[in-house]
Design a binder for this molecule. Structure first.
Ligand code: ARG
Length: 228
C-alpha cells in the first residue's frame, strides 16, 4: 500500500504493522492510514520526499531497517535499551502506555494479579518482552497481532491481553464484554526507528519532527484520531 506526496527529493520508505489503530490500520479504501502515516507524510513533505508505506509483521521492522528494505519504521514503536543496540531512534513523538485487557467479571483487577495467568501479547512488542521477563515464557502466548490476541481472550483461550492503550481502546470498542484495567502496566515513549548509524537521515527526521511539533502539526494529527 502506498501513500505519496509530490516531491523530487527521493522516496522515504516507511515500514509499519497496520493492526494498531489509531496509529496504523487498513482503512476502508484498503490503504494504510493513521497517526504514524500522517506524521511520516508530514516529515516526507518537509524533506521534499515522496512517502511509500509498506505493511509488514511488527517483528520484521527492525530487520527491514537493517537490510535497507525500509528507511524508517513508524509503528507506535517504543524506545527500549535493547532496540537501541540495533537501531537509532528519533526524538519521541508520543507517549505509550501498556494496559491490561480482561473480560468483564475477570478475577484480574490490577497488574498484581497477573502472576500465573495466561497472558496474550503481540509477538516482539514491549508487552511480550515485559511479560516474558516478569512472569515467564510459559505464561505468555504470542499472537501475530493485537486483534488475534483479543479474539483469543474473547474465546477464553487466555486470561488477559497486555497491549498499548490506544489500540486497546479500539479493540475493546469492537468487542463486547471486555474492559481495560485502570492500573496500567508500563509507560513508554514512541519514536521513529532508523538504521543504526544513518545519522544523516536521523538528523533530517529530527529536524522535521521538531518543526512539526513546534508548529502544532503533530498535536493536530493526534487530535484528528484520538478524541478524549
Ligand atoms: N509499543 C509497542 C512496542 O513497541 C507495540 C507496538 C506495536 N505496533 C504495531 N504497529 N503493531 O513494542
Amino acid at each position: 500500500s502506498t501513500t505519496s506526496t509530490s516531491a523530487d527529493g527521493g522516496t522515504l520508505r516507511m515500514g509499519t504493522n497496520a493492526t494498531f489503530p489509531p496509529y496504523e490500520f487498513v482503512g476502508d479504501d484498503g490503504n494504510v492510514q493513521g497517526i504514524d502515516v500522517d506524521i511520516a507524510a508530514a516529515i516526507a513533505d518537509k524533506l521534499g520526499m515522496k512517502l511509500e508505506v509498506t505493511d509488514m509483521e511488527f517483528d520484521s521492522l527492525i530487520p527491514a531497517l537493517q537490510s535497507d528494505t525500509i528507511d524508517v519504521a513508524l509503528a507506535g514503536m517504543t524506545v527500549t535499551p535493547d532496540r537501541q543496540e540495533n537501531v537509532d531512534f528519533s526524538d519521541s513523538y508520543a507517549k505509550g502506555v501498556q494496559v491490561i485487557i480482561v473480560k468483564d467479571g475477570s478475577d484480574i483487577a490490577s497488574p498484581d494479579d497477573l502472576e500465573g495467568k495466561n497472558i496474550g501479547v503481540q509477538t516482539g512488542t514491549t508487552g511480550d518482552i515485559y511479560c516474558t521477563g516478569d512472569y515467564g515464557q510459559e505464561h505468555v502466548k504470542q499472537f501475530n497481532n493485537g486483534p488475534l490476541a483479543v479474539a483469543a481472550l474473547v474465546n477464553d483461550q487466555i486470561d488477559c491481553v497486555v497491549i498499548d492503550q490506544e489500540p486497546a481502546k479500539n479493540y475493546v470498542a469492537a468487542n463486547s464484554g471486555l474492559k481495560i484495567l485502570d492500573t496500567a502496566y508500563a509507560d513508554e515513549d514512541y519514536a521513529i526507528a532508523i538504521k543504526k548509524g544513518n545519522t544523516e537521515l536521523l538528523d533530517k527526521v529530527n529536524g522535521a519532527l521538531k518543526e512539526l511539533q513546534d508548529d502544532g502539526t503533530v498535536q493536530s494529527i493526534v487530535d484528528k484520531y484520538i478524541t478524549t
